[in-house]
Write a protein that binds this ligand. Structure first.
Ligand code: CP
Length: 304
């Protein structure tokens, strides 16, 4: 049976650590094990990191890439072709497909008609499981553990698929404490709260960011997703929770600031601090995406 990656819940802890170990190896010594393999990147929504890090991972491992960064306009979707037909055809041209789509559930639907692995590169407000892989990999590298961590998740928690996917992965560890900090109109969903309760993960909701900052190992900032909410909701939420040079000082010495990127006004740290304060981890986090995606591609492409 073809193995697809659709959601974070698919991973076990053992599987995660195997990927982390392989990513560490590939960081030091890239392999050309994907020679002769072809990856298609099929993106119906904009991306910088996800698409380009998958493409870079493939190229660095001897494979080849093809695809479109604007499939809504530059694929036959613009002529009315169904997603299922598009996938059936591309699956005959390539060994795996990374897909991002604006509609939640569409990547899973695509996987139902694909004979090659489909990797979810983000589906609407649904999930972004490879982001959660690189996020947990980053926490593990930077903090040294995934059990017993305290993490604040800040920003648009209603639309943010990275937060959802990360919660699903952290739910597999023990002693994790999550503090959700969001504008009142963009709170974390009941579905995620139910999942965390079921997995005995302690969580709370706070609205005073400065009170939360000194108490956590990880500050996970997210952007207000203007493109997924009404103008009214955006105006109400924007600028409510920001990390700047002043409140950066509240964050503990050994803690880190993460962000899936792109960031806009929710990160307002001077360039000097961004470059020299080791707590700013989000560029290292983005780089980690390359190595974890190398490990993932190797696993999916060589197993099928
Ligand atoms: N984190 C992330 O998904 O970034 P891109 O939208 O640039 O791919």
């Amino acid at each position: 049976m073809t193995k697809h990656l659709i959601k974070s819940q698919q991973f076990t802890k053992e599987h995660l650590f195997n990927l982390f170990n392989r990513a560490d190896e590939l960081r030091i010594s890239p392999s050309d094990s994907l020679n002769g393999k072809v990856l298609t990147t099929l993106f119906y929504e904009p991306s910088t990191r996800t698409r380009l890090s998958f493409e870079s991972a493939m190229l660095k491992m001897g494979g080849q890439i093809m695809g479109t960064e604007n499939a809504r306009e530059f694929s036959s979707a613009s002529k009315g072709e169904s997603l299922a037909d598009t996938i059936r055809v591309i699956a005959t041209y390539s060994d795996a497909i990374v897909m991002r789509h604006n509609k939640e559930g569409s990547v899973e639907k695509a996987s139902e008609v694909s004979d090659v692995p489909i990797i979810n590169g983000g589906d609407g407000k649904g999930q972004h499981p490879t982001q959660a892989l690189l996020d947990t990999y980053t926490i593990y590298r930077e903090i040294g553990k995934l059990d017993n961590i305290k993490i604040a998740m800040v920003g648009d928690l209603a639309s943010g698929r990275t937060v959802r996917s990360l919660c699903y992965l952290l739910g597999k560890f023990s002693g994790v404490k999550i503090v959700f900090v969001s504008p009142v109109n963009l709170k974390i969903s009941q579905e995620i709260k139910d999942y965390l309760e079921k997995h005995n993960i302690e969580f709370s909701e706070e609205d005073d960011l400065e009170k939360v900052l000194p108490a956590v190992d990880v500050v996970y900032m997210t952007r207000i997703q203007k493109e997924r909410i009404s103008q009214e909701d955006y105006e109400e939420a924007k600028g409510k929770f920001v990390i700047n040079d002043a409140n950066l000082e509240f964050i503990s010495k050994g803690a880190i600031i993460m962000h899936p990127l792109p960031h806009v006004e929710e990160i307002d740290i001077s360039i000097d601090k961004e470059q020299n304060d080791s707590r700013v981890a989000y560029f290292r986090q983005a780089e980690n995406g390359l190595y974890i995606r190398m490990a993932l591609l190797e696993e999916l492409l060589l197993a099928n």
